[in-house]
Ligand binder design. Structure first.
Ligand code: ZL4
Ligand code: ZN
Length: 380
């Protein structure tokens, strides 16, 4: 069902446990784990399962969560349930930031350990040099903090993965193209020069999580090892791709990472339920293709994405890119839930027709210059 792009193909592993798609945050909650099932069906109906190493993933252990999260918080997560939540001591739920964004739902702990186990399995394949690129679309929950959940994220699988990879890799580059700032990952590595965190996101001081200004650059040993690209509504394909490449290229050349972790949040697409950017699937994918072109080992994770049909289109398209294959535009006939992809039945329908681009040429040029200045500090 696809064409090979080149003679060399990287060894790609795909880490998924279909159980993760059966959890529910709540009826009207925008985060729908079901999108992961839709993605998995689309990936396999394009035949991509046949060219990757597939792994049904395990759950992360309590000890693994404790590598980043506090004992109090992990105990809370593993014991709380919708039935006992209102019997806890007063203030407990507020203390752990439980609310509309991060509700207590049925089997919450199992959900968090499942998506985290998939990311940790992926790091294991990379560490053992059994794959060049390891994918976990159920991971990428970049907001979770040491002591609390935040923004739909309970356990920070990215931080835990990077901590594991740091045992074997001297320098790791983290690239986040979710609509929202990758605050949890930035904060965890804010004082180290071994992890460079780069995040592109909507920023105006108010938009969730409120952080991610250009002035946040790391501190102590980590000074200049964090970089933020704050953007306005409506950014289009060409502006985003040009800015992305003109920052990522010199960054990789100077920081010289031995491995790259990319978070591919799909809420930066046009038409996302929580979104405000104008990106098409091909443009988002172009950023993944560009990072891949450096030939470094990669851990690729999902993240946000609140229009499930487009989330699954994007991550399928990107699974194709990571395998060096070009997928035909027509959604295969035999896919379950094919109706979700009508009326166009296209893998990459036009999504860039919604918002006005509020990022002027001048604003983007100023951001680019300030980012390049920050990167120059790395040379010492
Ligand atoms: C919802 O409809 O900006 C949650 C969240 C639940 C159902 C019923 C409750 C209705 C939109 C969002 C009231 C909801 C009020 N339900 C939510 C400051 C806020 C306080 C909470 O992609 N209210 C908080 C988080 C962001 C805020 C974005 C992105 C994650 C990621 C990685 C996280 N929180 C205002 C909102 C709904 C809901 C409807 C919602 N929450 C939209 N944006 C937020 O970066 C995975
Ligand atoms: Zn997001």
């Amino acid at each position: 069902l696809f064409e090979f792009n080149s003679a060399y193909s990287p060894r790609v592993s795909y880490h998924f446990n279909s159980k993760v798609s059966h959890y529910h945050y709540g009826v009207k909650h925008p985060m729908k784990p079901f999108r992961l099932m839709l993605t998995d069906h689309l990936v396999s109906s394009y035949g991509l399962h046949k060219i990757m190493d597939l792994y049904e993933t395990r759950s992360a252990t309590r000890d693994e969560l404790l590598q980043f999260h506090s004992e109090d918080y992990v105990n809370f997560l593993s014991k709380v349930s919708p039935e006992n939540a209102n019997k806890l001591p007063r203030g407990t739920l507020e203390n752990f930031n439980i609310g509309d964004d991060c509700p207590i739902f049925q089997n919450l702990y199992d959900y968090t350990t499942l998506y985290t186990g998939a990311s940790l399995d992926a790091t294991r394949k990379l560490i053992n040099n059994q794959s060049d690129i390891a994918i976990n679309w159920s991971g990428g929950l970049h907001h979770a903090k040491k002591n609390s959940p935040s923004g739909f994220c309970y356990v920070n699988d990215i931080v835990l993965s990077i901590l594991n990879l740091l045992r074997y890799h001297p320098r790791i580059l983290y690239i986040d193209i979710d609509l929202h700032h990758g605050d949890g990952v930035q904060e965890a590595f804010y004082t180290t020069d071994r992890v460079f965190t780069l995040s592109f996101h909507k920023y105006n001081g108010e938009f969730f999580p409120g952080t991610g200004d250009l002035t946040e650059i790391g501190c102590d040993k980590g000074k200049h090892f964090a970089l933020n690209v704050p953007l306005e509504d409506g950014i289009d394909d060409d502006s985003y791709i040009n800015l992305f490449k003109s920052i990522v290229d010199p960054l990789i050349m100077t920081f010289k990472p031995t491995l790259i972790v990319q978070q591919c949040g799909a809420d930066s697409l046009g038409h996302d339920r929580l979104g405000c950017f104008n990106l098409n699937i091909k443009a988002h994918g172009e950023c993944v293709k560009f990072v891949k072109s450096f030939g470094l080992p990669m851990l690729v994770v999902g993240g946000g994405g609140y229009t499930p049909r487009n989330v699954s289109r994007l991550w399928t398209y990107e699974t194709g890119i990571l395998n060096d294959v070009l997928l035909p535009e027509d959604i295969p006939e035999d896919i379950p839930f094919r109706d979700s992809f009508g009326p166009d039945y296209s893998l990459y329908p036009m999504l860039d027709d919604l918002y006005e681009n509020k990022n002027s040429k001048k604003l983007l040029e100023d951001i680019r210059i300030r980012c390049l200045e920050n990167i120059r500090y790395l040379q010492g």
